[in-house]
Design a protein. Structure first.
Length: 577
């Protein structure tokens, strides 16, 4: 069959007839035909080059894109600066519906890292495509043709100078309402955030109420009223919050989630912003995530003695499941990150699946679920297992599908870390069974279950001995007597026991500064396995066996830490009972 596409040689061999009657017209026609000829030659060369790039993409296991056929998302293109585009030889050509696509002329480690970074910041599933140099040049031209807009500030930068500027104002948060009246509206959020950072708050709450705007900080796990602002400021405050966290200003009747980045000289802060419609406006909660928080070592968590040694042994096993349990804010994620940090060594591949990614861990591949893009824990975990990981962290197990995938992963050579929302460690097994997990799979999969809470530590500057009333002494004695002898923690009851509290000073909050974990940890043993295989398991059954085998409870661990002068008895009872 004849070839419909002429070769370059065929095009060049064609002779163009001259129009001898009109030399000027003939010259113009010659020039037009030459232009057409050059365009056809260029098109043939480009098509040949595109075929080579498409073939190379297949060899590399990448997808292929041709920007002469694929539309470039003009809103996605500026996600990379022109300088980054030229350095990486890459262009973002799609960012829609939770999908992020980046075209590269040559795959590189730098481009892969940038793709991962963009996927996290845009909360999207990233994919790398191979493109030709011609497509890349077209992307550059498209970038240059974009209307030049004023650069939007995507992060609120509180510098050392800003903090120094507001140092006196934020040293006493109760003076905030008066201070806010005398500063520009654009600085209102800056001084509130500065106050929260200075006070080492974990969360900042801004709530619209009938009489005014309530400002509260969560300090060492306890929510404290800080100030009440004039209700007339609400529109400016909520608008500023939404602008900084890239939320939609016109949506006030639906919850929204956003993020603010704060760059400080000593550390980077990420602030997760959540808005919720309420009767008098909206409730705003800003969770402050400090990069320094992930520096916590496994040995610094507060685990001691037999508990520490048992858990250390279990996390060093090559497969199985480690679970942390407890309510929101009990430090489960911090515990898992400390374990990951201990296990993060050369030769080990670690992948996490989180909702959302709270802290970025060096050397760990972190993925974020996207429910709108049909990328949930179960589907994400299946995809992760195809990445040949050694260790997998799943942010939370909340349904049977995720539980089944996680348990099968633990049984097939992977170490799986995850969290479960139960009140204590003993509730984990009944929770799994109530989901529908098969008992004969559960018992060999689970290595250890951790139950935990966070208690405030006594301020060392104003620590002093205190006397307990008779009721508290009775409760403490009962708790200490119930500690199993084989736990390695049973105290000598014949010795005089001392307890402490913080008197309160300028260095602390009501006598407390910082927090530490109190724990209960049980390891899977033959007795517990036998109980699980029987199918009828209650929390009390698990407790009886684990305590008989030497497990101490959270309240017992808390009272022992109070005896050591780390925390107070009142704090232990507040958190556990």
């Amino acid at each position: 069959m004849p070839n419909d596409n002429p070769s370059i040689e065929d095009l060049l061999s064609k002779k163009t007839p001259k129009n001898i009657q009109d030399p000027l017209s003939s010259k113009q026609e010659d020039e037009d035909e030459q232009t057409q000829l050059q365009n056809k030659i260029g098109q043939i060369e480009r098509q040949g080059n595109e075929k080579e790039v498409e073939q190379k993409a297949g060899e590399l296991g990448l997808q292929y894109a041709d920007f002469n056929k694929t539309l470039i998302d003009r809103e996605a293109l500026p996600l990379l600066s022109r300088q980054d585009m030229e350095t990486l030889k890459a262009a973002v050509f799609l960012n829609q519906s939770g999908q992020l696509r980046v075209g590269v002329t040559e795959p590189s480690e730098s481009a892969a890292k940038k793709l991962q970074e963009l996927s996290q910041t845009q909360n999207a599933q990233g994919a790398m495509y191979l493109i030709s140099e011609d497509s890349f040049q077209k992307a550059l031209k498209t970038y240059d043709s974009l209307p030049k807009k004023p650069k939007l500030q995507k992060a609120v930068a509180i510098s050392a100078e800003d903090l120094e500027k507001y140092k006196e104002e934020v040293s006493d948060p109760s003076l905030l309402p008066e201070k806010i009246k005398n500063i520009p509206l654009t600085d209102v959020m800056t001084i509130i955030l500065a106050a929260g950072i200075q006070a080492e708050a974990s969360d900042i709450h801004i709530e619209a109420e009938e009489a005014g705007i309530k400002l509260r900080f969560r300090l060492d796990g306890v929510l404290k009223d800080i100030a009440e602002l004039d209700s007339k400021m609400w529109d400016q405050v909520i608008s500023r919050v939404k602008l900084l966290s890239k939320l939609k200003l016109n949506i006030t009747d639906k919850p929204q989630d956003g993020r603010i980045s704060i760059e400080l000289p000593e550390e980077e802060l990420d602030i997760r912003v959540s808005t919720l419609p309420t009767s008098y406006g909206e409730s705003v909660v800003m969770r402050i995530l400090r990069s320094s928080a992930i520096g916590l070592e496994f040995s610094d968590l507060g685990l001691r003695g037999k508990i520490f040694n048992d858990l250390k042994r279990e996390i060093e096993r090559p497969n199985g499941m480690i679970l942390t349990t407890g309510p929101t804010g009990s430090g489960k994620t911090t515990t898992l990150y400390a374990i990951l940090k201990k296990l993060n060594k050369e030769g080990t591949k670690i992948i996490t699946l989180e909702d959302p990614i709270e802290y970025k861990l060096k050397g760990v591949n972190q993925s974020q679920v996207d429910k709108s893009g049909n990328y949930d824990f179960a589907k994400g975990l299946r995809s992760i297992l195809r990445q040949d990981p050694d260790i997998v962290m799943v942010g939370e197990i909340r349904d049977l599908e995720t539980a089944d995938v996680a348990i099968n992963a633990a049984l097939t050579g992977h170490l799986v870390l995850s969290t479960l929302h139960t009140n204590d460690a003993s509730g984990a097994i009944p929770r799994f069974l109530s989901m529908g997990v098969k008992p004969f799979l559960l018992s060999p999969a689970v290595n250890a279950v951790i139950g935990q809470r966070l208690v405030r530590k006594i301020c060392p500057k104003c620590k002093q001995e205190t006397e307990l009333d008779s009721q508290k002494i009775t409760r403490v004695m009962e708790i200490l007597k119930s500690i199993p002898v084989n736990s390695g923690f049973a105290p000598d009851m014949s010795n005089a026991m001392k307890f402490y509290k913080g008197a309160g000073c300028e260095q602390c909050r009501e006598g407390y500064k910082g927090r530490i974990g109190i724990y209960e940890v049980f390891i899977m043993t033959p007795k517990i396995e036998k109980l699980i295989l029987a199918g009828q398991v209650s929390e009390n059954d698990i407790k009886q066996i684990t305590q008989g085998e030497g497990m101490i409870s959270m309240v017992q661990d808390g009272v022992l830490k109070a005896l050591d002068g780390i925390t107070s008895i009142d704090e232990v009872f507040r958190v556990t009972e």
